[in-house]
Design a protein around this ligand. Structure first.
Ligand SMILES: [Zn+2]
Length: 107
């Protein structure tokens, strides 16, 4: 998202999709990783572990680029929890499959 223009009104008709990803229920990190996130996007579990909401972080970046919130669609499925529906590198390691998305636009 850092390369998307932040010019006012430039994205009024732009839509975004945040696809399935690991959710905060399963995305737990230690202090060495949590320093990369703003405190608005994680909560502390115990002295050494934190839960991160990656989709909330992605949404924040999209909204910072002046997309309208109503034009952002979020699929809140956890790829880690849904073993039979999604691949997850964190769950399956190097044996994990890969997920792809196809995007396009109307003219
Ligand atoms: Zn989960």
């Amino acid at each position: 998202m850092n390369k998307v223009s932040k010019e006012e009104d430039s994205h009024l008709n732009t839509h975004a999709l945040i696809g399935p990803s690991i959710q905060s229920c399963c995305f737990r990190v230690k202090e060495d990783v949590i320093n990369h996130f703003d405190s608005n996007f994680y909560s502390k579990i115990n002295d050494n572990h934190f839960q991160v909401d990656l989709q909330k972080w992605a949404l924040s970046q999209i909204l910072d680029c002046n997309l309208k919130g109503e034009n952002v669609f979020i699929i809140k499925n956890c790829t880690y929890c849904n073993r039979f529906k999604y691949h997850s590198y964190r769950r399956d390691g190097e044996n994990a499959g890969r997920m792809y998305a196809i995007m396009g636009w109307e003219q």
